[in-house]
Write a protein that binds this ligand. Structure first.
Ligand code: SAM
Length: 281
């Protein structure tokens, strides 16, 4: 997977050379390049921002600088000033190149989820644009959408960061660990929180010793009875999800639940005879 990241702090991404992400680069699974947006400026101050049109606090990232950078990284021709965005899109139609996905982190965008990470783990080329200040001029994503580029804007959570760098690191880690060959043991990503159709929070995890500072692991995990262990873990997943993320229970498909799942959910106060579980108040 080819990954380009554009930021005014490209050094931020040196962290991606560590751990599994670093190994994946050495193996040739990932090719990550962090670019400095200021390399596409032409003024002495290398400015990438300007005051907001309409007034207000802070600065907004300028579309011209971003466009020069993105046109080059996306291999798009620079338009004539008289062209409409759609004229340019019609000129550029090389289907032989793997379609890139252009991603802007943005706190006022839809939430990035495991489902997005799974979908994007199959992409061949991701290009991330890190916002700073009050964010980027909104015409930038609009323009590239009009060129036929797959443009996504994602929030990583309901809070505001100083810039998109951390958000990109979060998304990249979630995406790349799902690529075939990335994890040493591929089974470790099969049964995780938020994963698959009937996504639940994972059961709690324990390792040895069986008793630590007077606290024992649940007895059943020592029984060697795989059926019982699986059922215990499944019930724990249902119980924790019910407590912490009942919205995930509401999204379950009742037809995919087994008899024991239904019994557990009913004991937790859910009605399971319709398409999705419904909480009995
Ligand atoms: N004025 C913006 C607002 O209130 O929505 C906040 C801009 S923030 C200070 C600057 C940049 O940080 C954003 O353009 C975005 O790239 C990134 N950012 C901040 N919080 C984020 C979040 N929760 N998810 C994704 N990106 C975020």
């Amino acid at each position: 997977m080819k990954i380009d990241i554009v930021s005014v702090f490209p050094e931020y991404f040196e962290v991606l050379n560590l751990s599994l992400m670093g190994k994946a680069q050495s193996k040739g699974l990932l090719e990550i390049t962090a670019h400095n947006l200021r390399d596409w400026t032409h003024d002495v101050h290398h400015s990438v921002d300007d005051t907001p049109v309409g007034g207000g606090a802070g600065m907004v990232m300028k579309p011209e600088v971003w466009a020069e950078c993105l046109d080059e990284l996306l291999d798009l021709p620079a338009p004539n000033e008289d062209d409409s965005p759609n004229d340019v899109a019609a000129e550029d139609n090389d289907s032989s190149v793997a379609a890139p996905v252009l991603i802007f982190p943005n706190p006022s965008a839809p939430l990035f989820t495991q489902r997005d990470a799974t979908e994007l783990s199959h992409a061949e080329h991701l290009l991330f644009g890190c916002g700073r200040y009050e964010g980027y001029d909104s015409r930038i994503p609009d323009y590239y959408r009009a060129q036929g580029i797959d443009v996504r804007e994602y929030s990583i959570g309901d809070y505001v960061l100083n810039g998109g760098e951390v958000a990109v690191s979060v998304m990249l880690e979630a995406i790349t660990r799902l690529m075939p060959g990335f994890m040493g043991n591929p089974d470790s990503i099969v049964e995780e929180s938020y994963t698959g159709e009937g996504a639940l929070l994972e059961h709690r995890q324990y390792t040895k010793p069986a008793v630590w500072r007077g606290i024992s692991v649940p007895e059943v995990l020592l029984s060697g009875d795989h059926g019982k262990v699986d059922r215990f873990r499944r019930d724990e997943a249902l119980t924790r999800t019910n407590e912490i993320r009942p919205d995930l229970i509401e999204a379950l498909d009742c037809k995919a639940l087994d008899k024991a799942d239904r019994k557990t959910l009913m004991a937790l106060g859910w009605e399971v005879s319709a398409a999705h579980p419904r909480r009995l108040s």
